[in-house]
Design a protein around this ligand. Structure first.
Ligand code: UGA
Length: 428
């Protein structure tokens, strides 16, 4: 049984069914359960709809409301409910606790209760205590899915981590993934719980570091693309997660970094390295806003800015803690008039006009700003964009576009951590 049908729960349920397990997905939202039972998936996640349909057709996947009934013949319960940022930055465990209370007395003996949601170290112990029974092993099995590639990440993981103070139960959960041929790290509960935070926070620090180096590049006249290429070939560093941008965001890194700082505080450790990474992320956002202000002559008030991209990264329609949305909101608050386009985001957003045609953002714009790295922005007809614009500034906060194409269209281009002067030389 999988509790929660967000992108983690639904991916877990559909992929486990794809691996041959019989899976019941439970959610409290009756309308959502009805939609999913009819094969309708709201989340933009490549391959997920197909897996859900296949699961439904094979009979190995079904969706229900009400965990109490569904749990009675379960061998494993995966908790995939939200653990948002709660008071003071620590993880809010109310959903996890509510499910535990709801099903605690009816879980069959021997059934493993597995936390997949990111939970602070010590949660397994807390759940075990809440259960008040020892015949239900609690296992931590953190997920490492990225939004937009969740199915691919689930079916081709770098590793599986399972942790419990009941080692046999941890191994049994690891065996559920036997077909995936990934290394399985069997750990105690606390270590497994910490792996997830340690990994996500490392990624966040890596990005803050890259954004800092990008800032140095701008000040020193170096090019971040070349610097990260040179760094990335070092296998100890690796080539991925080295792209500068408007800051890191999404539903995971911001909440997990704050939560680990709080966890560290709770054991009297001042995690300044991580605190600095969080502060640097906010500073990066400010620098991006300043760069955009510079591109419209220094004053945002009364300027017209076209925004390309609102989602927190390409391949998703998720706006949660989106740096793109945050930057746009600050621009709006400082008096810029915003027209925004994102291929996956529609509807109304306060402070801006959201359009469904990318060329409309250029209309009478003083500057066009790329905030999310959607590939389709590269393929725009930039000459046509230039004709629509009043000004000539393109600020590419993702270093996504081919600068020469922008210059050829008669526009100016500036990225992050890349010298503008070098581009001018190229054009001459
Ligand atoms: C992240 C982790 O990458 C997953 O391993 C983890 O399972 C997940 O959180 C989670 O805890 O559930 P996700 O939030 O989907 O995944 O997004 P990422 O792909 O990690 O991107 C996070 C942010 O970093 C985005 O704002 C993205 O634009 C930014 N980023 C990423 C960069 O600015 N540069 C890069 O090189 C990579």
């Amino acid at each position: 049984m999988v509790v929660g049908t967000g992108y983690v729960g639904l991916t877990t349920g559909a992929c486990l069914a794809g691996l041959g397990h019989r899976v019941t997905c439970v959610d409290v939202d009756q309308a959502k359960v009805a939609r999913l039972s009819a094969g309708r998936v709201d989340i933009l996640e490549p391959g997920l709809s197909e897996l859900v349909s296949r699961g439904l057709t094979s009979g190995r996947l079904n969706f229900v409301v009400g965990a109490r009934d569904a749990v009675r013949d379960a061998e494993a319960v995966f908790l995939c409910v939200p653990t948002p940022m709660g008071a003071g930055g620590s993880a809010d465990l109310r959903a996890v606790e509510a499910v535990t209370t709801e099903i605690g007395d009816v879980i069959p003996a021997g059934c493993a209760l597995i936390t997949k949601s990111t939970v602070p170290v010590g949660t397994s112990k807390r759940i075990q205590a809440m259960l008040g029974r020892t015949d239900v092993p609690v296992v931590s099995n953190p997920e490492f899915l990225r939004e937009g590639t969740a199915v691919e990440d689930f079916l081709g993981p770098d590793r599986i981590v399972v942790g419990s103070d009941d080692v046999a139960a941890a191994r049994w959960v690891g065996d559920l993934y036997a077909d995936l041929a990934a290394p399985v790290v069997v750990a105690d509960a606390a270590s497994a719980e910490l792996v997830k935070y340690a990994a996500n926070c490392f990624l966040a620090m890596k990005l803050s570091y890259v954004n800092s180096i990008a800032e140095l590049c701008e000040r020193l006249g170096a090019d971040i693309d070349l610097v990260t290429e040179g760094m990335g070939y070092d296998r100890r560093i690796g080539r991925s997660f080295l792209k500068p941008g408007p800051g890191w965001g999404g539903s995971c890194l911001p909440k997990d970094t704050s939560a680990l700082v709080r966890v560290a505080e709770s054991v009297q450790y001042d995690f300044t390295l991580l605190t600095s990474a969080i502060e640097e992320n906010l500073a990066q956002r400010d620098r991006i806003v300043a760069k955009i202000a510079g591109a419209v002559g220094g004053t945002l008030a009364g300027s017209r800015i076209g925004v390309l991209g609102l989602a927190f990264k390409a391949g998703t329609n998720d706006l949660r803690d989106s740096p793109a949305l945050a930057v746009a909101s600050v621009l709006g608050a400082l008096g810029a008039e915003l027209t925004a386009y994102d291929p996956a985001v529609g509807g109304q957003i306060a402070g801006m006009t959201v359009v469904d045609d990318p060329y409309q953002v250029a209309k009478a714009a003083d500057a066009v700003v790329v905030l999310t790295e959607w590939d389709e922005f590269k393929r725009l007809d930039w000459t046509y964009m230039a004709e629509q614009m009043d000004g000539d500034s393109v600020v590419d906060t993702r270093n996504l576009l081919e600068p020469q194409r922008i210059l050829d269209a008669g526009l100016s281009w500036q990225g992050v951590g890349r010298p503008r002067a070098a581009l001018r030389r190229k054009v001459a």
